[in-house]
Structure formats: structure tokens, C-alpha cells
Write a protein that binds this ligand. Structure first.
Ligand code: SF4
Length: 305
């Protein structure tokens, strides 16, 4: 396996309509990942497209955007997603350079979990037309339990985007996960409002997947509460989307987890991680001695909704 791996690519109708390139691999291990087959590659041995010459991918992307189907769909940009495209940044820069050699007006969206260095973020903002930016939690322990990563770089980078390139922010995306990051929603809204009340914010209803495969999806009531909290914080540009009220079992907090986390949401999320193989708590995948043979990464969900 040589070079950055492309999981798949396709014309995609979700806004911003695009030719979407899903890159394989991620620097997070989010318990409810919708794209777990892509994000946890190569540990789960998913079938992917593999390495593509960047000039070929650029040519293909420009051709698809300009195709009859692309125009019918109003696709107007290449959308790099994953996984986390940041881990393939030099490759993506080359694809964008090649695409703009063919069509200097090529637009680009970068879809990110926000966990990148300031230098990398500056490079992304240098070539991207729009950015979709996930904020998964705001408290360090909820972030750790849900993703295995620290929250500080994400919040720092959200602030940089809001300050230096607000016109490029397509939206901040927040997945509302019942019982796990609910207590983080209101402080996230206040955080974004402190940056700029006009910034676009999209709440996505959690759907059971990967490690959280048996959990219930977000209820309609929870999504409405998200909007109310956002409006109460002063946010002016808020949307919700996703299927709601998918049934499931919330699960129970494992006694072994209680000492490692203070909040009920982090404890519940971490209990699911523990049940599926993660024995390191608080979760910290960067320093975890199991990271090169992470048992969680091999978990195959019983259902995907
Ligand atoms: S076992 Fe270690 S590397 Fe794997 S999810 Fe848990 S903390 Fe992260």
C-alpha cells in the first residue's frame, strides 16, 4: 500500500453539491463514526479504491463537475472528506493544483474534524473555497471519551477560521448524541456565538453506528432543544438535519469507568468504548500504548443506521 489512499469518489447531492473524494484513514476514533469503514482503514480491511495519481483524480473531478449529471446536480466543487483529509494534505494540495491547472476556477471544500496544526490550517485556508468543520464536544473529557483526542486544537482552529476566514466557513457541524454530548451543546453554542453570532451552525441527528451501534438515535425533541439553545445563545444561522427517533439501548455506565470521568455523558460514551475493546481511560489515542494494535479499531458493528 503506497501513498495516500482514496476510499471512494462520487458526485454527491448533499450541500455543498460536489464531486466528493473520500480519503481513507483518520486521526480520530469517534465512537459513532458514520464512515467507520473509511475512517478506520486499514485496520478493518475495507475494500477501497486505493492510490490514485493526483493528476488523474484532478482530471476526473473536473470532468465530473462539468458533466451533464454534475450540472443537473449543481455540483460546483471538489469536496475532500474522509476519514480526515488533513492526514493526506500534501496529496490534496497536489490534486487541487492539478485541477486548477485544468480549470483555474475549480472550487474546493475541505471537510475536517478541526484537529490540525496551525500551519496545516493555514495551508488549507490557502487553497480551500469552503470548509465544513466538526465540533464534537467542548469539554476535554467528553471529547476524549467520544473521539480519543484532545479538544483544545479544535477550538483554537475554530477560532482561527472564524477570525481569519469566516467567509470560507460553510458551517460548523455538531452531531447531537443522546446522553453523551448533550451537556456540551449549550456551551458549544455560547463558544461559537462568542466568535461571531452570524456563523452558520448545523446540528446533525446522531444515527447509531460503529461502536455506538446499539444506542438510540437523536430524538426530534433533542434536535429542537439544540435549536433553542443555539437561539438562546444568540446564534442567527442554525439548521438541523438527519433521521430522528431511531430506537436503541442507551446502555449502562461501567463501574470501572466512573473514576476516569466526571460527567455522565463522558462516562456513558467511555463505557461503550470499553465494552467494545478500549481499556485505556481516559481515552487518549495519541499516548495510548495500545494505539498500534488498538482493539477498538477492529470492531465490526452489528447494525448501521
Ligand atoms: S485502546 Fe487506546 S488507541 Fe484504542 S481507542 Fe482506546 S485509547 Fe484509543
Amino acid at each position: 500500500m503506497a501513498g495516500p489512499q482514496v476510499a471512494s469518489r462520487t458526485l454527491h447531492p448533499a450541500p455543498p453539491e460536489s464531486y466528493t473524494v473520500f480519503t481513507a484513514g483518520c486521526n480520530f476514533k469517534c465512537l459513532g463514526c458514520q464512515n467507520w469503514t473509511i475512517s478506520q482503514f486499514p485496520d478493518n480491511r475495507a475494500v477501497i479504491d486505493g492510490f490514485m495519481d493526483p493528476a488523474v483524480l484532478a482530471q476526473e473531478s473536473v470532468a465530473n463537475i462539468g458533466s451533464k449529471m454534475g450540472r443537473l446536480m449543481a455540483a460546483d466543487r471538489i469536496f475532500f472528506s474522509g476519514g480526515e483529509p488533513t492526514i493526506h494534505l500534501p496529496y490534496i494540495e497536489t490534486v487541487v493544483r492539478e485541477a486548477r491547472r485544468i480549470d483555474p476556477g475549480t472550487r474546493v471544500n475541505f471537510d475536517t474534524n478541526g484537529y490540525l496544526t496551525e500551519d496545516s490550517l493555514a495551508r488549507v485556508l490557502g487553497f480551500t473555497t469552503s470548509i465544513t468543520f466538526d465540533i464534537k464536544a467542548i469539554s476535554e473529557e467528553t471529547m476524549s471519551a467520544l473521539t480519543g483526542a484532545r479538544v483544545e486544537p479544535v477550538l483554537r482552529n475554530a477560532g482561527i477560521v472564524a477570525k481569519s476566514a469566516p467567509e470560507k466557513l460553510w458551517e460548523f457541524r455538531i452531531v447531537a448524541i443522546p446522553g453523551m454530548n448533550e451537556d456540551d451543546i449549550e456551551p458549544i453554542c455560547r463558544f461559537i456565538a462568542s466568535l461571531d453570532k452570524g456563523l452558520p451552525v448545523a446540528f446533525l441527528a446522531f444515527r447509531p453506528n460503529w461502536v455506538l451501534d446499539e444506542c438510540p438515535g437523536a430524538s426530534r425533541e433533542l434536535m429542537n432543544e439544540c435549536v433553542e439553545m443555539a437561539r438562546a445563545a444568540g446564534l442567527e444561522n442554525v439548521s438541523i438535519s438527519g433521521v430522528t427517533n431511531i430506537p436503541g439501548n442507551t446502555g449502562e455506565v461501567a463501574a470501572e469507568i466512573e473514576e476516569a470521568y466526571r460527567s455522565s455523558g463522558a462516562r456513558l460514551a467511555a463505557s461503550h468504548a470499553r465494552a467494545k475493546g478500549c481499556k485505556t481511560h481516559p481515552r487518549d489515542c495519541v499516548s495510548c500504548e495500545s494505539r498500534d494494535a488498538c482493539p477498538l479499531k477492529r470492531y465490526i458493528p452489528k447494525r448501521s443506521c
